[in-house]
Design a protein around this ligand. Structure first.
Ligand SMILES: [Zn+2]
Length: 727
C-alpha cells in the first residue's frame, strides 16, 4: 500500500486547512531571498545586500542558524505543487518559484566561495567549519551543538526544490555538500563518530555527556540515494556512518530507555524515521519492527493528551532543555511542571504515523494521527493573524498560554512553515486498485490517471460527520476502505443515502461496489464526551469530545468535588459549537485550535481519585540517612498492572536526585526540588510489566545519584506503597 502523492491532492476551497495554507504562503512571501541567504552569505564573507537578518535561532550569532532556509525551501517547493494542482496560473506560483530559484542561486555562490577556503570542496552552511572541527574533537564546552541538524534541513530543502520545482542546481549543491561530508567523515575513526553521535545525556556512568542533534541525516542521505536512482552506493554507505548500534538495538529489541538516558524527543524520533527509510530500501523486517516498537512506546508511554510528545527530563536538567525531553514511560505528571508538547515532534510523529501506516495498516496509527492533527497541529498556527505565526509547543501544563511568535525562527517555526504546505497529506492511500480513506479532513483527491475524484467537504471535525463524493468516469469495481475511529462507538455509514451495515475489520469498513458515475458516502460519528485518566496521577483527567481535546479557557480551573463521570454531566454543549459550559460558572471548554493567543487554558481537570487502583503493600522508610541506600521488599500482583507510590517529605532547599531500582535494575530516576515539589508530596511510578510479570515481590532499593560530579541525596521518604490495577 502507498500513500497518494502530493500531485494528486488539492485543498478544498473555503476550508480551514486552505486558510492555514494561504496564511503560510503570505508568511513565506513576507520574507525575502536575501534575508534567507543572510547567514550563508555572511559565513562566506559575501555581501549580504543590505538585508535585515532573521532573529532568535536564525540570528547571525546563534548556533542553529541556517536551518530555517531549508524548511523554507521545502515549504515553498511543496506549496508550488499544491497550487499548480488547483490552478497552474495562480500568481503565487511564480512568486514562490522566484524565491526558491533566488535562494538556490545565492547558495550556489556561497558554496563556490566557501569551497575556496574549506578543507574539502562542497562546504555549504550558515556556520563556520570550526563548528564541525569542534564536534569531531568532541570539544563541546557544555554547549548544545547542531551543525548537522541545520545542514540536514538545508539538504532536504534543496532536494525538495529539485524534486518539486525541477531546480537542477539544487540537486548539484546537495551532491557537492554530501561529497564534502563524506570526505570529512572518512578520516574519522569509528569510535570518534560513535562519540560524536551519542545523544544519551546520561549513560549510567555518573556524568552527562554533551548533547547534539544531527537531525534526520539518515532519512536525508537515503533519500538522496533514491533520488539519484540508487546509482551512487556511497550515499547509502555514508548514511550508515550515522548509524548508532545502541539506538538500533534499543528499538529492535523493544527496550524503551529513552527516559533512562534522558534523550531528546525529536532527535530520536527522526532517528526512527531513518530506520523506516532503511526498511523501505532493504526490506529487512527488523527495521519495520523497530519503528513499530517505537510508535508503541509513544502511544502507550510518552504521548500527552494532544498525542504530542516531549516534556520534563528525570534528571537535574542539563542546560534548559527541560521541555524537549523524554521521561520514563507513563510518567506524565512531572511534565506538568514545565512546557511540553514541542510542535516539531507533532509534525514528525504524524509524518512517521503516515509512512508506517502504509507498511502496517495499523489503525492505531491513524487514530492517533487524527487526534494529533485536529488538536496539536491545527492549533500551531495563529488563526487570528494574516501572516502565519507559529507556536513552539502546545503545552498541557496547568495555566498554559499560547505564545505565537512571528519573528522567532525556532525549530518549530521552521517545521511549521514546511508542514503547513501539505496539510492534506495523510488522508488517502492506494492499495492496488483499492482506496483507503484514513482521515476525514476537507480535501480533494484527484487521481487523474484513473479518472477518479473524491471530495471531502463536511468541515469535520467541526461537523460530526464525513461526507465523501466519489466521482469515477469509468466503470470501476474496487473497494473503498473507510476508517472507523476507535473513539466512535456507534458509527453509521450511508452509501447514496442507504445504510451500509458492516463491522469494521482492523479499524476499517470495506465498501466494495462499482463506483462508476457519482456516489456519496456519509459517515456519522458518535461524538460523546469521554475522559482519560492520567497514567501516573489518578486525580487528573483530560476530556475529549470525539477526537477533540477540550481545554478550559481560564487561569485557575477549580478542582472538581464530584467524580470524573459526574463532572462530564456538568458540561453543557454550546449550540452550534464544539464548546461546553461548566455548570454554575462562566468557564467555557474549547478546542485547542480555538483558544486565542496569550490566553491561559487548562487541559487537565483535577478530580477526586479515580478508583483505578488499590494498595496491596505499604511500608515506612527503611533507613535513616539521606545519603545511603534505602531498601524494601514489597508485594506485587504477578498478573496485573502494578505501581509504586512514594510519599516524600521536604526538608530543605537541596536538589534531590536518586534512582529507584529493583534488584539493581534502574526502574526510575527522580529529581526533586522545593520549587517543583509534587502536589501532596507523592509520585506514582507505573511499573513496566516485564518487571512484575510472574513475580509476587519486588526488592526495591533507592540510591543517591552520583551525577555530574555532584552526589545528590535521597529525599526523605514517609511511605512507600505498591498499588495494583483494579481492572
Ligand atoms: Zn521544534
Amino acid at each position: 500500500m502507498k500513500p497518494v502523492t502530493y500531485y494528486d491532492l488539492k485543498y478544498l476551497p473555503n476550508s480551514s486547512l486552505k486558510e492555514k495554507f494561504e496564511r503560510n504562503i503570505n508568511w513565506m512571501l513576507s520574507l525575502t531571498a536575501d534575508q534567507l541567504l543572510y547567514n550563508y552569505r555572511k559565513n562566506a564573507g559575501l555581501d549580504t545586500k543590505g538585508a535585515t537578518p532573521l532573529t532568535v535561532w536564525e540570528s547571525p550569532d546563534f548556533f542553529f542558524r541556517g536551518h530555517f532556509t531549508g524548511h523554507y525551501l521545502s515549504g515553498a517547493s511543496k506549496t508550488i505543487v499544491m497550487l499548480k494542482n488547483t490552478d497552474p496560473k495562480d500568481a503565487h506560483i511564480n512568486d514562490l518559484k522566484k524565491r526558491v530559484d533566488d535562494i538556490v542561486a545565492g547558495l550556489e555562490q556561497v558554496q563556490v566561495e566557501l569551497s575556496k577556503t574549506s578543507e574539502y570542496p562542497g562546504f555549504l552552511a550558515a556556520e563556520p567549519e570550526k563548528r564541525w572541527d569542534n564536534l569531531e574533537k568532541l570539544r563541546f564546552n557544555g554547549n548544545h551543538y547542531v551543525p548537522y541538524y541545520a545542514i540536514q534541513k538545508l539538504m532536504d530543502g534543496l532536494m525538495d526544490a529539485y524534486e518539486y520545482t525541477n531546480n537542477k542546481t539544487a540537486l548539484t549543491l546537495v551532491k557537492n555538500l554530501t561529497s564534502y561530508i563524506e570526505k570529512r567523515i572518512a578520516h574519522l575513526t569509528f569510535e570518534t563518530i560513535a562519540k560524536m553521535l551519542d545523544t544519551r545525556w546520561y549513560q549510567g556512568v555518573g556524568h552527562y555527556v554533551f548533547h547534539q542533534e544531527f537531525g534526520a541525516m539518515h532519512r536525508t542521505l537515503l533519500r538522496l540515494y533514491e533520488l539519484t536512482d540508487k546509482q551512487n552506493k556511497d550515499y547509502f554507505e555514508l548514511a550508515e556512518k550515522f548509524d548508532r548500534k545502541w539506538f538500533d538495538d534499543m528499538l529492535i529489541k523493544n527496550e524503551d530507555k529513552l527516559g533512562y538516558y534522558s534523550m531528546h524527543s525529536n532527535t530520536e524520533l527522526v532517528g526512527a524515521e531513518g530506520m523506516l527509510s532503511y526498511y523501505h530500501l532493504t526490506g529487512d523486517d527488523k527495521y519495520k519492527q523497530g519503528v513499530e516498537n517505537y510508535m508503541d512506546w509513544m502511544h502507550n508511554g510518552h504521548e500527552l493528551p494532544t498525542k504530542g510528545i516531549s516534556g520534563r527530563s528525570a534528571y537535574p536538567a542539563p542546560a534548559d532543555y527541560g521541555s524537549e525531553l523524554y521521561d520514563y514511560p507513563e510518567m506524565q505528571f512531572k511534565h506538568l511542571s514545565k512546557l511540553n508538547g514541542e510542535s516539531c515532534c507533532s509534525h514528525d510523529l504524524n509524518y512517521l504515523s503516515f509512512e508506517l501506516f502504509a507498511d502496517t495498516k495499523n489503525p492505531q496509527l491513524m487514530d492517533d494521527y487524527e487526534i494529533r492533527f485536529a488538536n496539536a497541529i491545527m492549533a500551531q498556527q495563529n488563526n487570528d493573524s494574516a501572516i502565519a505565526e507559529y507556536l513552539y509547543n502546545l503545552s498541557v501544563a496547568p495555566n498554559s498560554v499560547k505564545h505565537f511568535d512571528r519573528g522567532g525562527f525556532w525549530c518549530c517555526v521552521g517545521s511549521g512553515t514546511e508542514r503547513h504546505a501539505t496539510l492534506v497529506d495523510g488522508i488517502y492511500y492506494e492499495d492496488d486498485n483499492d482506496i483507503y480513506v484514513a482521515q476525514y479532513f476537507d480535501s480533494i483527491l484527484d487521481l487523474n490517471h484513473r479518472h477518479l475524484k473524491i471530495t471531502q467537504d463536511s468541515h469535520y471535525p467541526d461537523q460530526h460527520f464525513a461526507h465523501l463524493t466519489v466521482e469515477s468516469a469509468t466503470e470501476d469495481d474496487f473497494t473503498i476502505y473507510v476508517r472507523v475511529p476507535s473513539w466512535s462507538k456507534q458509527t453509521e455509514i450511508l452509501v447514496n443515502g442507504k445504510a451500509f451495515k458492516a463491522e469494521p475489520q482492523n479499524g476499517f469498513v470495506a465498501i466494495k461496489q462499482n463506483w462508476a458515475g457519482t456516489n456519496e458516502i456519509t459517515i456519522n460519528f458518535d461524538f460523546e464526551l469521554r475522559y482519560e485518566t492520567m497514567k501516573d496521577r489518578f486525580n487528573r483527567i483530560a476530556i475529549y469530545y470525539g477526537p477533540l481535546l477540550l481545554a478550559a479557557q481560564t487561569e485557575d480551573l477549580a478542582a472538581s468535588t464530584v467524580p470524573a463521570s459526574k463532572y462530564l454531566e456538568k458540561l453543557t454543549k454550546v449550540e452550534g459549537k464544539n464548546n461546553f459550559e461548566l455548570a454554575g460558572t462562566d468557564v467555557i471548554f474549547k478546542t485547542l485550535p480555538e483558544i486565542p493567543g496569550e490566553t491561559p487554558y487548562n487541559v487537565y481537570v483535577k478530580v477526586p481519585d479515580e478508583p483505578v487502583v488499590k494498595t496491596i503493600d505499604a511500608q515506612n522508610d527503611s533507613a535513616e540517612g539521606t545519603d545511603s541506600t534505602h531498601e524494601w521488599t514489597l508485594a506485587v500482583d504477578p498478573d496485573k498492572k502494578n505501581y509504586l507510590k512514594i510519599t516524600y517529605q521536604a526538608i530543605n532547599d537541596d536538589i534531590y536526585s536518586f534512582q529507584i531500582e529493583n534488584n539493581d535494575d534502574v526502574l526510575f530516576t527522580q529529581t526533586m526540588t522545593k520549587e517543583e515539589w509534587p502536589e501532596d508530596s507523592y509520585y506514582i511510578y507505573p511499573l513496566p510489566e516485564k518487571v512484575t510479570n510472574g513475580h509476587d515481590k519486588l526488592n526495591i532499593q533507592i540510591k543517591p545519584l552520583d551525577y555530574e560530579g555532584s552526589n545528590y541525596d535521597v529525599a526523605s521518604i514517609n511511605k512507600i506503597e505498591t498499588l495494583v490495577s483494579t481492572k
